[in-house]
Ligand binder design. Structure first.
Ligand code: NI
Length: 183
């Protein structure tokens, strides 16, 4: 396995909508290795998710995972491989929470997201699955699926006033328990 280079905003690939994979592509050794490498890269950079455009690949493919012991997460997120995902919000309710992104290093901001959603996708073997997710799990899914459309969390913020450097936020935050972040 390999650790991949992460593209930052400013590289066109981050802003280019990705395309769906074919079943033959999903099952190819190249894509299977790519999925393994994306999982390893996500772990290496301590992200909770990683989308293919972030590693210079314009395909609708993402991985996510948050261990239960991760202090940033209000809940664990299972390791999930999302191929050609479709997200349907369940209800109109949105909740605000902090997000960061490996493609926008050092920063985080407050982002409204649908509280609950249904995700339909293919797994790494091309088998369809569907899950209902809420709260932090739903937030991570929305963040990663945005990447597949060439969007980043900055686009979803109501304004830039909550945007902050992690270092400053950690220094000035007085035991704030609202903290969570998404990569
Ligand atoms: Ni991101």
């Amino acid at each position: 396995m390999s650790i991949l280079k992460v593209a930052r905003i400013g590289h066109p690939v981050v802003r280019t909508p990705a395309r769906d994979l074919t079943l033959a592509e999903i099952r190819s050794p190249e894509i299977q290795k790519l999925v393994d490498d994306m999982i390893e890269t996500m772990h290496e950079y301590e992200g909770v998710g990683l989308a293919a455009p972030q590693i210079h690949v314009g395909l609708r493919l993402a991985v996510l995972e948050v261990p239960a012991f991760d202090e940033r997460a209000e809940q664990a997120v299972p390791l999930l491989v999302l191929v050609n995902p479709r997200v349907t919000p369940l209800g109109k309710q949105k909740v605000e929470g902090a997000e960061g992104c490996l493609s926008i290093p050092g920063l985080r901001g407050t982002v409204p997201r649908f509280q609950k959603l249904r995700l339909e996708a293919l797994d790494r073997h091309g088998e369809p699955y569907a899950v209902e997710a809420q709260d932090f799990f739903a937030r991570v899914i929305q963040h990663e699926c945005d990447h597949l459309g060439g969007e980043v969390y900055l686009d979803r913020m109501h304004g830039m006033r909550s945007l902050a450097f992690n270092e400053e936020m950690d220094r000035h935050r007085a035991h704030d328990d609202e903290d969570e972040s998404t990569e």
